[in-house]
Design a protein around this ligand. Structure first.
Ligand SMILES: C[S@@+](CC[C@H](N)C(=O)[O-])C[C@H]1O[C@@H](n2cnc3c(N)ncnc32)[C@H](O)[C@@H]1O
Length: 359
């Protein structure tokens, strides 16, 4: 790999790759040791204690150490200061690459080029001709392509909605998504070979499915949590004003459950939901808000008061989940996926147990 780097970076990178892959067998240590992450993230953004975003670049102390830590690096914000692109946490990238089980000869489609770092890892191990990578943001694609080329890597990159796939280069034998999805995009299922492996964040988990005949696929979630920035779409804002005139209901489900132990099943039951929380001056939780793209909104106060508005009664879904999972956090790997060309369903433990329709 020839790319701008220096001795310190090379030493840090070697240690980082060794630490990342320590304790388990993986085909990816050489790629992590080879591809200079700093080259793909020359600048990242971190939040200070007051929540303000600050740019960090090579000139700043600790820059290289952070680049070679197991941490996600935010690289782009929207006009409201919400992150829209990042270089994902390397440990999670490795877990996803391991799950992808790609071998030389496989053709890989990546949804979410971002910085180009993951595309570089893929191209460095599998060869540039075997990798297709798409991002919805043309500027990100331009920068990634430029940086990849400086590393003498030339995967095919293009701008578009990654959920549509790229039929001209199909069929693919592996698909990896690095933007949060609500289900496996059906066009991708029809652009892969039989036996293809798809690894993608679905809700707040990472799904791994194997595609059988005629767009049917089955699989399960990896144990690892994943909070990827969602695939960019448009949706309605929460209706907090409308909630104020709704009748108050009562709940026995702690508001906190929505933020931790029920978070993953909720992401399957309410695909693409958004949430927020309110805290007092001491930082203690006072309430949570939930909404989905059709504008349905619910809030729950820690004291048990609930208000709901819109076509879907979101807190009712929380209540249902709390009755299925009365205690503890359900393990992600106990959730499976059953996919046909027209439907996608996640189920818990047994096929006729609790299940949620994703498509
Ligand atoms: C976590 S970042 C990807 C990280 C990237 N793989 C890397 O190594 O830097 C998620 C990316 O998904 C992109 N994205 C969001 N919606 C998309 C869509 N509909 N199609 C393609 N890319 C999308 C975002 O622009 C963002 O760059």
């Amino acid at each position: 790999m020839s790319a701008p780097s220096n001795n310190t970076a090379a030493e840090l990178r070697a240690k980082f790759a060794a630490a990342l892959c320590e304790g388990h067998s993986s085909e990816w240590p050489a790629a992590f040791a080879d591809v200079p992450r700093e080259h793909f993230v020359p600048v990242f953004l971190r939040q200070d204690e007051r929540g303000r975003w600050i740019e960090v670049s090579a000139a700043d102390p600790g820059y290289l150490e952070t680049v070679y830590a197991d941490t996600a690096l935010t690289t782009q914000l929207d006009e409201h200061g919400v992150p829209t692109s990042s270089s994902s946490e390397p440990g999670l990238m490795l877990a996803m690459l391991d799950a992808l089980d790609a071998q030389v000869g496989d053709t890989v489609y990546e949804l979410g080029t971002g910085t180009g770092y993951n595309a570089a890892l893929l191209a460095s191990r599998l060869g540039s001709d075997s990798v297709v990578s798409v991002d919805v943001d043309p500027e990100l694609v331009r920068l990634a392509r430029e940086r990849l080329a400086q590393c003498r890597l030339h995967p095919f990159t293009f701008t578009g909605d990654g959920a549509e796939g790229y039929p001209a280069r199909a069929p693919y034998s592996r698909v990896i998504a690095t933007a949060g999805l609500q289900c496996i995009p059906p066009p991708l299922l029809s652009q892969v070979r039989e036996g293809a492996v798809i690894v993608a964040p679905v809700g707040f988990g990472v799904a791994r499915v194997v595609v059988r005949d005629h767009g049917e696929a089955t699989g399960r979630f990896l144990p690892t949590p994943a909070f990827f920035m969602p695939r960019r779409t448009t949706g309605r804002s929460p209706d907090f004003a409308g909630l104020e005139v709704q009748p108050v209901e009562r709940t026995a489900v702690p508001a906190q459950d929505v933020l931790d132990r029920l978070k993953f099943p909720l992401s399957l039951a309410l695909p693409g939901y958004h949430s927020c929380s309110w805290r007092d001056d001491e930082g203690d939780l006072t309430g949570v808000g939930l909404w989905v793209d059709d504008g349905s909104t619910a809030t729950a106060h820690v004291g048990g008061k609930v208000r709901q508005i819109g076509p879907r009664r979101l807190w009712d879904t929380v209540e249902e989940l709390a009755s299925i999972f009365p205690k503890g956090t359900p393990a992600r790997e106990d959730f499976r996926l059953a996919i046909t060309p027209d439907s996608q369903r996640a189920w818990y433990r047994v096929p006729d147990g609790p299940s949620w329709t994703l498509l």
